[in-house]
Design a protein around this ligand. Structure first.
Ligand code: UDP
Length: 328
């Protein structure tokens, strides 16, 4: 059985679904602070906060857990700049206590939800995993601190401990079968916010800065379909048992499509998919935003045999829209 922390959240719930499709059993741990119970349609569910070590311990006692996929964490760049301690406590400290419980129970397989935010302002794109790590916001810093703790544990702690850190670029889209999708409260992510304008839940989309050094002045991101991310987790988990597994950097993977879209281009694609004109307003830059993030994911493709299926942003937005319009 695999323990999926944060399995009621956006990426965790999609991975939970994919795990079941591939024949794995799961137990989902989530405190439901941001997740949705109705997104847990597969496996067992235990409502639990990672800070409650005794309860976490009891999950390991009750279920036959072979490894952990760790999604529980806060994810908003802007909020992390305003409330950094919240990010260090939840994303870093709580992960350390989860690792301690794993160690007490001799569970040695760990997949970590990391982020492209660990790179900061890249000096070179596409970004490879060897790019300098220089996060410019507490969210990225908190994720990098976990990566470093994992590296320390695998090199200096238990020799049996195996992990992979997956650095997501911009997770987007929804389950192709429409069972689950992207929902955050409050919503801070670009595509669902634009779709909220299309469903008239919001009046307009705020564009955070049009004075970046990019072709149209708005930030460029690499959008990757959530089901493709989910596939990568399963491949990374299986990789932990393969003979190819190596901790010398070869267990850290960028996950993106290698295509950059500006905020304005994303708005245009959403207009095309929905057939609805999206009202925009230009605001100032959001603190902590790098101008451009585009992945080089060759390592995941070569080492994990990862083969993303839904790489066209229009198709990604279509899947998001199919789900989104049913929510209102
Ligand atoms: N963005 C924006 N308006 C919004 C939300 C996001 O202009 O209301 C921009 C944001 O500044 C970034 C991009 O859209 O350049 C993607 O932001 P998101 O929060 O979706 O993901 P992030 O890149 O922060 O992980």
């Amino acid at each position: 059985m695999i323990l999926v922390t944060g399995g009621a959240g956006y990426i965790g719930s999609h991975v939970n679904k994919e795990l079941h499709k591939e024949g794995y059993d799961t137990v989902v741990l989530d405190n439901l602070s941001y997740g949705y119970e109705d997104a847990i349609k597969w496996g067992e569910f235990v409502k639990c906060d990672l800070a409650d070590t005794e309860k976490v311990e009891s999950i390991f006692n009750k279920y036959d857990i072979e490894g952990v996929m760790h999604f529980a964490g806060f994810i908003s760049v802007g909020e992390s700049v305003k409330f950094p301690a919240k990010y260090y406590k939840n994303n870093y400290k709580n992960t350390l206590s989860l690792l301690k419980v794993m160690k007490n129970n001799s569970i040695n397989k760990f997949i970590f939800s990391s982020t492209a935010a660990v790179y900061g302002n890249p000096y070179q794109v596409p970004i490879t995993e060897n790019h300098k790590l220089n996060p410019i916001n507490p969210y990225g810093k908190s994720k990098l601190m976990v990566e470093l703790a994992l590296e320390r544990e695998s090199k200096l702690g238990s020799p049996e401990f195996k992990y992979s850190a997956l650095r997501y670029f911009n997770a987007s889209g929804a389950d192709i079968e429409g069972e689950i999708g992207e929902r955050h409260n409050p919503e801070t992510h670009l595509i669902p916010l634009i779709l909220d304008v299309a469903t008239e839940k919001r009046d307009n989309i705020s564009i955070f800065g049009d004075d970046y050094d990019t072709h149209d002045g708005t930030c460029i991101r690499d959008y990757i379909h959530v089901a493709d991310l989910a596939q990568a987790h399963i491949k990374a988990f299986e990789y932990l048992d393969s003979e190819k597994y190596s901790i010398d950097g070869e267990n850290i993977f960028n996950l993106g499509n290698g295509n950059g879209f500006s905020v304005k281009e994303v708005v245009d694609i959403c207009e095309k998919v929905t057939g609805i004109e999206i009202k925009k307003e230009i605001l100032g830059r959001r603190d902590g935003d790098p101008p451009i993030l585009i992945a080089d994911s060759m390592r995941a493709k070569n080492t994990l045999n990862w083969n993303p299926q839904c790489t066209d942003l229009e198709k990604i937005v279509e899947s998001a829209w199919n789900w989104h319009k049913k929510q209102n």
